[in-house]
Design a protein around this ligand. Structure first.
Ligand SMILES: *Cc1c(COP(=O)(O)O)cnc(C)c1O
Length: 450
């Protein structure tokens, strides 16, 4: 049997309607080179969404590859339960050095969902052990996404993914999304004066006695459709949390590691959370690793005599895996060696300018950009913002068209996402945008341009 038949027969793909997949020609990747993915037939594609938002410096980067090889030759895994390993220790120090002030403790896991689960349990147990038994609630945002485990799904607010699991979830207070395009409060920016932040403040005050933490994706709600916050929103929420002694948990799984133009999204508003979750880009997109960083204040509430049972009883088998940590250290090294963030600012500018061109397309309703994260929302009608019927699969049609042009992207329903590795060159970026533009035009205005 050929590889494609075996794939169709045996592999169950995530977030994929397998009935459609079984009838399509699978794309099977064999190699990567910089910003390119190369399939088993030798075709090259620009990795337009960084292999689902993880890749930072391109594929098969010599420095990261070398660090992984060297670590494998020393040891591939030893446990972090009660003992330690060299890369896990070194990485913890490196992260504390670059993270927002006050985040001094690093708790490892292996994916974004678990990094959030850990944050939830930490926040909850913190208040219990501090002597606030009533503090059991969380606030999160509508349209939020924090992963696919039951705790992180409880915090999530995307009906398409989360609704069916309703009976399995714990109750979470929902604040409105900070997104403007389809403002939940029905207001217009800037006349609204950030009413969504005021509403969040109100909720925090109302529930402060029972509230453990506010959980959100700072600046960009990624999986919710690349929904973006206005300047000042994060700062306001952070201040409200401080004022009411409620913890702030920031999920930087998607936005962290340079995606927004700074190493962490919260750096844009000089906000330092109580709990910070990082995953996707942390290893440069090479291996699964996540961290939940926190403060001395939270950490100290877990200290006690053995029989006080204040221990944080949480840990995954591969927690702090040395090969993953070695990859993450090399990732940070490359940030320094290649001046990744400095070089990124002109690419962000170029991207911003180029995106203006997309406005001339009839079915582009909104263009959202924060650093190197872009969402282009396709609509049936620009004026009424009417959506395409889901059965039109308009986003899927666009990415299929883009594939023919040598570009791999993946939509969020009708939002076309562009999120290339930070290392992409200007020429490659231009090609990615040209192909995306042409694909949107062909699919949405097809009969006119043929
Ligand atoms: C992807 C993502 C997660 C989940 O990470 P996994 O590694 O897929 O479990 C959590 N939060 C945000 C903001 C994400 O984008």
């Amino acid at each position: 049997m050929d590889l494609k038949d075996i794939d169709r027969r045996y592999v169950w793909h995530p977030f994929t309607q397998m009935k459609d997949y079984e009838n399509d020609e699978p794309l099977i990747i064999e190699r990567g080179e910089g910003v390119y993915l190369i399939d088993i037939d030798g075709n090259r594609y620009i990795d337009g969404v960084s292999s689902l938002w993880v890749n930072i410096h391109g594929h098969a980067h010599p420095i990261i590859n070398k660090a992984i090889h060297e670590q494998v030759n020393r040891i591939s895994h030893s446990t972090l339960l009660g003992i330690s390993n060299r890369p896990a220790v070194e990485l913890a120090k490196r992260l504390v050095d670059v993270a927002p002030e006050g985040l001094t403790k690093v708790f490892y896991s292996d994916n974004g969902s678990t990094s959030v689960e850990i944050g939830i349990k930490m926040a909850y147990q913190f208040w219990q052990q501090l002597g606030f038994p009533r503090k059991k609630k969380f606030i999160s945002l509508a349209q939020g996404y924090h992963g696919d485990t039951i705790g992180s799904v409880s915090l999530g607010g995307i009906d398409l993914f989360h609704k069916i699991y309703g009976p399995l979830l714990f109750h979470v207070e929902k604040a409105p999304s900070y997104s403007c395009y389809r403002c939940q409060l029905g207001l217009e920016y800037p006349a609204c004066e950030l009413a969504c932040a005021a509403e969040m403040e109100r909720l925090i005050e109302e529930h402060s006695e029972e509230l453990c933490a506010v959980v959100m994706e700072p600046l960009v709600q990624g999986a919710g459709g690349m929904l973006m916050a206005r300047p000042g929103y994060l700062r306001k929420v952070s201040q409200a949390c401080k004022k009411n002694d409620v913890l702030l948990l920031l999920d930087e799984v998607a936005v962290g590691l340079g995606r927004t133009g700074k190493l962490f999204a919260c750096d844009h508003e000089s906000v330092s959370p109580d709990i910070l979750c990082i995953a996707k880009g942390i290893t440069g997109g090479y291996l699964p690793l996540a961290v939940t960083m926190t403060t001395d204040r939270i950490y100290n509430a877990f200290l006690g005599e053995y029989t006080d049972y204040k221990t944080f009883f949480h840990g995954h088998t591969y927690t702090g895996n040395p090969v993953c940590c070695a990859s993450a250290i090399a990732n940070l090294d490359v940030f320094e060696k290649e001046n990744t963030l400095e070089n990124l600012s002109k690419k962000i500018k170029f991207l911003e300018n180029y995106l203006e061109k997309f406005r001339e397309l009839e079915h582009v309703g909104d263009i959202r950009q924060c650093g190197f994260m872009v969402g282009i929302e396709l609509v049936l009608d620009e004026v009424s913002k009417a959506k395409y019927p889901p059965g039109d699969k308009i986003g899927i049609k666009v990415i299929k068209e883009a594939k023919k042009g040598g570009v791999i992207i993946r939509p969020l329903s009708d939002v076309i996402v562009i999120m290339p590795p930070l290392s992409i060159t200007m020429e490659e970026l231009k090609k990615l945008l040209e192909v995306t533009f042409d694909s949107i035009r062909k699919v949405t205005e097809g009969d006119k341009c043929d």
